[in-house]
Write a new protein. Structure first.
Length: 275
């Protein structure tokens, strides 16, 4: 797997099949292969793995989309298999069910590990996900003034352009400052000013991109719930995998509930961009 490709982890679950369908659109739009990876535990049955792979391939073929599909079955922990695959992948996709119902050895339970250690962007696909690049809805890039914010914004721009979707940039509020030299509100104002300058620059350089900053909010989850209540579709949220950070907000129980309700995929940007 030396050429660019999209990798999706499968384990026979319905959640993994949802990730396959989402990853299919990503691979077709990029005109690169889709690679199905099934990681066998020590006591897992090879025949069951082969059956799961066949089921996934049949589902892909039934769509009629011009997909180039490959498959690999290996005997190792799921995290190990997918982290290794991420070294040459354009994107790794997994189902989100492991965040809520983590089962030892399942693909879903490795998503958090992938987010912080993968060598490419990682997409965590909810059980009711909207389609990939052809799906309607805005893309949301969540920044917090950290060194990773530039990478998140760049990934958000790329994903919005891929989908011909509006891009909204949300600034996560900074935690309270402490110490004798506490900059207080001055730091938040500087972060907001820097973001406004970046958005203005992107808008000037890419006039066909619908991009804007979210200025009025009472927290990320409240904003997402507002979008859901107002039936504003959102298909993708881009965050960085640093901890603590936006990922902690979205991977907690309230965040997971909002992602499932909105059918929104969570994408962690490529950590190599900011290491």
């Amino acid at each position: 797997m030396s050429s660019p490709h999209v990798v999706v982890g499968i384990d026979g679950s319905r959640a993994a099949m949802q990730a396959v369908m989402w990853a299919l659109d990503e691979a077709v739009d990029r005109d690169i292969p889709l690679v199905l990876v099934y990681a066998l535990g020590d006591n897992d049955d090879v025949a069951a793995a082969e059956s799961s792979v066949r089921t996934a391939i049949n589902a892909i073929e039934s769509t009629g989309k011009p997909a180039k599909v490959e498959a690999e079955i290996m005997r190792c922990p799921p995290a190990t298999a997918l982290l290794d695959a991420s070294r040459s992948a354009a994107l790794v996709c997994v189902g989100s069910i492991g965040f809520k119902h983590a089962t030892h050895g399942r693909i879903g339970s490795t998503a958090a590990a992938l987010a912080v250690a993968a060598h490419c962007p990682v997409a965590v696909v909810p059980r009711c996900a909207r389609p990939g690049p052809d799906g309607a809805g805005l893309v949301l890039a969540v920044v917090d003034g950290s060194p990773a914010s530039d990478a998140v914004l760049e990934q958000g721009v790329a994903e919005a352009r891929l989908r011909s979707a509006p891009l909204r940039v949300f600034t996560l509020q900074q935690p309270p400052h402490t110490g004798p030299e506490d900059p207080g509100p001055a730091l938040d104002q500087r972060v907001a000013a820097d973001l406004a300058n970046r958005v203005a620059s992107l808008r000037a350089g890419q006039p066909d991109l619908d991009i804007d900053a979210v200025c009025e909010h009472r927290g990320l989850l409240n904003f997402l719930e507002h979008l859901h209540r107002s039936t504003t579709p959102i298909q993708l949220i881009v965050v960085d995998p640093q901890r603590p950070g936006p990922a902690d907000v979205l991977l907690g129980p309230p965040g997971r509930a909002v992602l499932e309700a909105t059918g929104c995929t969570l994408m962690f940007c490529d950590r190599r961009c900011w290491l």
